[in-house]
Structures are given as C-alpha cells and as structure tokens.
Design a binder for this molecule. Structure first.
Ligand code: SF4
Length: 234
C-alpha cells in the first residue's frame, strides 16, 4: 500500500467517524428535547450513552447549533430519573441517602461544617431543616454537603441501595453519571449558584415518597425565606 492509499483510507475513516458522530449527536439532541418536553422515554440507552461518553463534545455541539449546552445535563438527569424511578420507589427509605447542597442554607445559618458535611441545627430558617427532618423521620440518612469530595466519602463510608440528590443540573448530571450503578434520582435547583439557591421542595418530598399534606398555606418552593419556613411542619 502506498502512502497515498494510506492517507486516502485514513481520510475516509475520519469522514465516516465524523458523520457517525454528527448523526449520533443530532439524533440525541432531538430525542432528548422530545423526552424533556413529553416526559416519556425514547431510546434511553442511546441518550445516556451519548451524554456519558461524548459529554464535552455534545455540549459544544449543542452550543454550535444554537442550543444552550445545559440541555446535555438536563437530558442526562431527566432520562436517568425516568429510567430509575420505579426501582427507586421500591427501595425502603432506610436503605436510601438524601444529599442536599449547602448552598440552600439561609444566609444567617449557624450550622457547623464537620467531616460528614454541614450539621443542621434545625433552626427552621431554610428548607434544609424541613427536608432533613422529614427525610430522617422516614428513615433516610441525610447529608448536607459543600462539594463532591464529601459525596465521594459518603458513598465510600455508607451502605445504601439508592440515592436522591439535589444540585444544579451540571453537578447533578455528573454525580448521577458517577453513581449510575445505583437507582439514583435527582432534583435540579430552580435557581443555582454558590449561595441563596432555590429548590422545589415539593418535588424533593415527592421523590422521597413523602405523603404531602393538602395544605395550600404551606409554601414549599423556596429555599431560604425565613418567614415561610418557620411555619412548616410536615
Ligand atoms: S435549618 Fe437551614 S439555616 Fe437553620 S441550621 Fe439548618 S441549614 Fe442552617
């Protein structure tokens, strides 16, 4: 084979691989958007394969075609949630872990940071206290963590069968990816950032399997409104 033939075959291979990737990323983007919009599973294994294996490339591709790269994390989270939801709900709370991000804390939070994470004092100033109390009452082990290093330690040091986490879409997707051996569930933050974040508490409680009171006075959609959280008792 001459050097010319070698480069010709190499060029054809690169073209075929490029074309394959283009079709794969486009198909996943279209199906992922449909999945998010219609809340039903469409080729979940294909979607998760693309998100997990081509994560960075898929984000760049989405941005190139004018779609916010955040959609890649959204697809990963929503598909995994849907795939795992039945199995997760069958596992008893005592075998599950609930992980909350410390950024949900009230600005005046007095809780200390220890090796297991933030030790909430149940001052009722933020939603963490509500979720923690309810989770522990149901049997969950609850952790409030400042970063993924803590999550690694929690996973290593605990025996559990399932995990429910709250985080921004990107952190949630990457954690769910790393914990894909478990029937993991995630609730994305409504407002992300380093402080003063916000979560749909009702969505967290529903995923926990909590029976919610039919009480419209209980406002459960914010993170650190001191007024509302003092009133909560679930
Ligand atoms: S309820 Fe919220 S603000 Fe109060 S100690 Fe716990 S985490 Fe901190």
């Amino acid at each position: 084979m001459s050097i010319y033939d070698f480069y010709q075959i190499l060029g054809q291979l690169v073209f075929i691989v490029g074309l394959f990737l283009l079709v794969l990323l486009s198909t996943t983007l279209i199906l992922g958007r449909m999945q998010i919009k219609e809340n039903r599973l469409i080729f979940p294994k294909l979607l998760l394969f693309t998100v997990d294996v081509f994560y960075g490339l898929f984000k760049k591709f989405s941005e190139q075609v004018g779609v916010d790269g955040k959609i890649v994390d959204q697809i990963g989270v929503e598909v995994r949630n849907k795939v795992n939801e039945k199995l997760f709900s069958k596992i008893k709370p005592k075998d599950k872990i609930l992980v909350l991000p410390h950024c949900l804390r009230h600005a005046e939070c007095q809780a200390n940071l220890e090796t297991s994470g933030i030790v909430c004092k149940n001052c009722n100033k933020c939603v963490i206290g509500v979720l923690k109390n309810k989770g522990e009452e149901m049997g969950y082990k609850v952790y409030i963590i400042p970063g993924s290093q803590f999550l690694k330690k929690i996973v290593e040091q605990n025996k559990f069968k399932a995990i429910l986490g709250v985080a921004c879409y990107q952190d949630l997707n990457l954690c769910m990816m790393n914990l894909s051996n478990y029937p993991v569930q995630g609730v994305p933050l409504l407002r992300d950032g380093c402080v003063n974040t916000k979560v749909d508490s009702r969505a967290v409680l529903e995923k926990m399997g909590a029976i919610l009171p039919n009480n419209s006075e209980i406002k459960l959609d914010s993170s650190c409104s001191s007024e509302t959280h003092r009133k909560k008792s679930l």
